[in-house]
Ligand binder design. Structure first.
Ligand SMILES: NC(=O)c1ccc[n+]([C@@H]2O[C@H](COP(=O)([O-])OP(=O)(O)OC[C@H]3O[C@@H](n4cnc5c(N)ncnc54)[C@H](OP(=O)(O)O)[C@@H]3O)[C@@H](O)[C@H]2O)c1
Length: 219
């Protein structure tokens, strides 16, 4: 591994949050900007080095925040870290439905069709109602911090990442570029209406052509 920008220190130190509370997002794309590969998920584009940092970021987190679309598409299973499902409809992905109490939280809104169902599946106290028609993501961040989750890791997907950036909730964007182009029609790491958020490069690593960057949101 080569450090192209940033101090040459052990990887965990390189990725330590610069303050707390801290919300970081972690995404991977090809050189031509595809956030998914032929499988329709990011699994067909990520690689070993990306996975190493993906795992490290989980080790450094207290909680995972993931959009319901990604949880459904990627078939997330319950994790040692609590998973927060962000959903407008209030639907809990089937692969998380048998979770132990507190392993899955649902962040949704009062008008969600699936609100009652979500309460039944994960328990009342684990459903965060954060707005009437949309999920207030800044309020989500605050509530997670109040519950003691100070190191928040979001693993996407593209719509949630766009909304988190739009609502000023993100401190850090970790982006991997894998050394391939795949063409075709695939989402980028952000999807939805335009946003414009300046970033400052904190760290850039390279291994076998894979580039891993830590970008801090420039406030
Ligand atoms: N390259 C990468 O690093 C990476 C990372 C993650 C995912 N992906 C890929 O991205 C694809 C999924 O894309 P996507 O954009 O659909 O993912 P997504 O943002 O996880 O899913 C969209 C769904 O999540 C919920 N959601 C997102 N933002 C929300 C908000 N602000 N408020 C309330 N609910 C919100 C909604 O769920 P409801 O429909 O339940 O209301 C929405 O329909 C998959 O193919 C996945 O593999 C790639």
């Amino acid at each position: 591994m080569r450090v192209l920008v940033g101090p040459d220190v052990p990887l965990p130190e390189m990725y330590a949050a610069t303050s707390e509370p801290w919300l970081r997002v972690n995404m991977v794309a090809t050189v031509d900007g595809a956030a998914t590969g032929t499988s329709g998920t990011s699994r067909s584009i990520n690689n070993e080095f990306d996975q190493t940092v993906f795992n490290l970021l989980r080790q450094q987190a207290d909680v995972l925040v993931v959009g319901a679309g990604t949880l459904r598409d990627e078939g997330y299973a319950p994790n040692p870290l609590p998973i927060v499902v962000v959903t407008r409809t209030g639907s809990v992905p089937p692969t998380l439905a048998d979770c132990a109490p507190g392993q899955v939280l649902v962040a949704t809104c009062a008008h969600a069709d699936g609100l009652d169902g979500a309460r039944e599946i994960v328990g009342d106290e684990h459903v965060l109602v954060l707005g009437s028609h949309r999920v207030d993501l800044a309020a989500l961040r605050e509530q997670l911090v109040e519950r003691g989750f100070r190191r928040i890791l979001c693993e996407g997907g593209p719509h949630l990442l766009r909304d988190l950036l739009d609502q000023g909730c993100v401190d850090e964007v970790d982006a991997t570029i894998v050394p391939r182009v795949i063409g075709g029609t695939h989402p980028r790491i952000l999807d939805g209406p335009p946003v414009d958020v300046p970033l400052r490069l904190h760290t850039l690593l390279e291994q076998d052509g894979t580039l891993l960057a830590r970008w801090l949101v420039d406030r």
